[in-house]
Design a protein around this ligand. Structure first.
Ligand SMILES: NC(=O)c1ccc[n+]([C@@H]2O[C@H](COP(=O)([O-])OP(=O)(O)OC[C@H]3O[C@@H](n4cnc5c(N)ncnc54)[C@H](O)[C@@H]3O)[C@@H](O)[C@H]2O)c1
Ligand SMILES: O=C(O)C(=O)C[C@]1(C(=O)O)C=C[C@@H](O)C=C1
Length: 302
């Protein structure tokens, strides 16, 4: 039996449109409704025929849903949830895909005090955004982390887990605070570093813009992909997960200073030992089959 029969997606960007496409592919009998605050996005969604219905208001979109998934930037979650609160059926399950969880759990509980809420985070994405950037296989073999607050109905959690399994994801469950610390180091800090290094390179006076572009074939090119990620999404992530990010940034700065010292004093052994350790981390990721396919997917869909 399908975990849900009538699914509504609020926010039809990269993630919302990927969920719609993946649901169509994996559970074709599910009735899919979409809504986006941007009329242009709604028009594109209609044209791409991703939903059975693209609603013209958020209230109309949820009115007969049994699962509502919020796929809007983290800073817009509370307002987006308040917008449909009065129309939400009592038995519907509400979920989201936000990249940080403690703040989203608080925001959704405040907007929907009587709803069953099962927060989720598919750890899969690309640097692209918008409804045309999505694709059905985005979640294949990727983690989807559920962070249900204590006391959440276990059946609702299992139904949301099953929904994501059918989209190809593997499920992990964590406390929201723990999720935010783990993702601060594995996802948020890497984005901050990419934004910084690309910003620094483009500000350098002795290196021209054309040289930055011309010689960005190697490591720098990988950073530019990450640094092309959506400004609204990432502004919201850093503000919402500020404590964990600042904590990880502190540790990172200390480690960077240690490297700076090793270079200054010619401590080649220290550099060699660190680089050997980090190479083993990369090999471990590949051995586990968790190498990131996103860059290739991103290019194929450009
Ligand atoms: N991009 C990624 O790699 C990635 C991966 C996992 C999770 N996420 C999370 O998924 C969410 C969506 O990210 P995305 O990359 O799909 O963004 P996106 O920019 O592609 O799409 C977001 C959409 O939400 C719409 N929107 C904004 N406010 C709204 C509101 N109040 N009501 C209805 N629609 C509204 C926008 O018009 C836009 O179309 C974010 O919370 C993000 O943290 C992103
Ligand atoms: O591959 C990318 O482009 C991503 O940034 C994806 C990525 C990540 O950092 O792994 C970004 C944010 C999400 O919340 C989940 C996945």
């Amino acid at each position: 039996m399908l975990p849900f029969a009538r699914v509504t997606i609020i926010g039809i960007g990269l993630i919302g449109s990927s969920i719609a496409r993946a649901t169509r592919a994996a559970m074709p009998s599910v009735a899919l409704t979409g809504y986006d605050a941007d009329p242009e996005v709604r028009e594109i969604a209609e044209r791409l025929d991703m939903f059975d219905d693209v609603a013209s208001s958020s209230g109309a979109a949820v009115i007969d849903a049994d699962l509502v998934i919020l796929c809007v930037p983290v800073g817009a979650m509370e307002a987006a949830a308040r917008e449909f609160a009065a129309e939400l059926p009592a038995e519907a399950v509400v979920s989201d895909v936000g990249s940080c969880k403690a703040e989203v759990v608080r925001a959704l509980a405040s907007a929907l005090p009587n709803a069953t809420i099962v927060p989720a985070h598919p750890v899969a994405g690309t640097e692209r955004s918008g409804p045309e950037a999505g694709f059905a296989t985005l979640f294949h073999k990727r983690w989807c982390i559920l962070t249900p607050p204590e006391g959440t109905d276990a059946l609702a959690v299992e139904r949301v887990a099953e929904f994501w399994r059918r989209l190809g994801a593997e499920i992990e469950t964590m406390a929201p605070d723990h999720h935010d610390r783990v993702l601060a180091i594995t996802s948020h800090l890497p984005h901050l570093i990419a934004y910084t290094i690309v910003g620094t390179a483009s500000d350098m006076e002795e290196v021209t813009q054309s040289e930055v572009i011309k010689y960005s074939a190697g490591g720098f090119r990988d950073f530019t992909r990450i640094a092309a990620s959506d400004p609204t999404m990432w502004r919201d992530v850093f503000l919402a997960n500020r404590e964990a990010v600042l904590d990880m940034l502190q540790r990172f700065s200390e480690d960077l200073s240690a490297l700076q010292r090793a270079i200054r004093w010619g401590k080649g052994d220290e550099l060699f030992d660190l680089f050997t350790k980090t190479r083993a981390v990369r090999r471990g990721i590949i051995e586990q089959g968790q190498d990131d396919p996103a860059p290739d997917f991103g290019r194929t869909h450009e």
